[in-house]
Design a protein around this ligand. Structure first.
Ligand code: C2G
Length: 141
């Protein structure tokens, strides 16, 4: 258990938040979720909606949002999942979940530093040699 003290000196459970599409779930996804979970007591995961993905990447994910949410929420290291509908709402999501830590892969390094006024921001090294895009290409061949 990892407790932190609030301004009154009371201890509370630490909440970690992370975000991602988690399409075609693979070991790189599992590793970042496990490392994020190890930073505190509870891990909540914002799963990018299908619409957000379409806006960001110009294509829909292979697995629809409800299936991606079910898969991620079934992992032992994950306590809860919610739908991330807009990148611009990140601050609201962090506040709603009372996040102590925001954890992301280092492909996002620096991009979320602006939230360090409300939580600790941690970037983990991406797992090399595995990506959803490469898996999709391999299956297509
Ligand atoms: N990841 C990793 N190693 C890989 C692949 C992914 O550590 N080989 C991490 C990414 O760095 C990210 C998380 O797994 O932190 C989810 O990756 P994606 O599903 O690709 O997420 P993305 O589409 O980048 O969405 O608001 C932020 C977005 O929702 C992130």
């Amino acid at each position: 258990m990892d407790f932190v003290s609030d301004s009154l000196g009371c201890e509370h459970m630490t909440t970690i938040l992370t975000f991602g599409t988690f399409d075609v779930l693979h070991v790189g996804h599992l590793r970042i979720l496990e490392r994020a979970a190890s930073l505190g007591d509870r891990l909540a995961v914002g799963i990018s909606s299908d619409a957000l993905n379409f806006a960001k990447k110009g294509r829909l994910p292979v697995f629809p949002q409800n299936e991606r949410m079910r898969l991620v929420s079934a992992l032992r290291c994950v306590d809860s999942v919610f739908l991330e509908e807009s990148l611009a709402q990140k601050r609201d999501y962090l506040l709603q979940h009372a996040a102590d830590v925001l954890a992301m892969g280092d492909d996002w390094r620096g991009r979320f530093d602006e939230y360090s006024d409300i939580c600790r921001v941690v970037y983990f090294e991406r797992t090399p040699s595995v990506s959803t895009t490469e898996i999709i290409e391999k299956i297509r061949l």
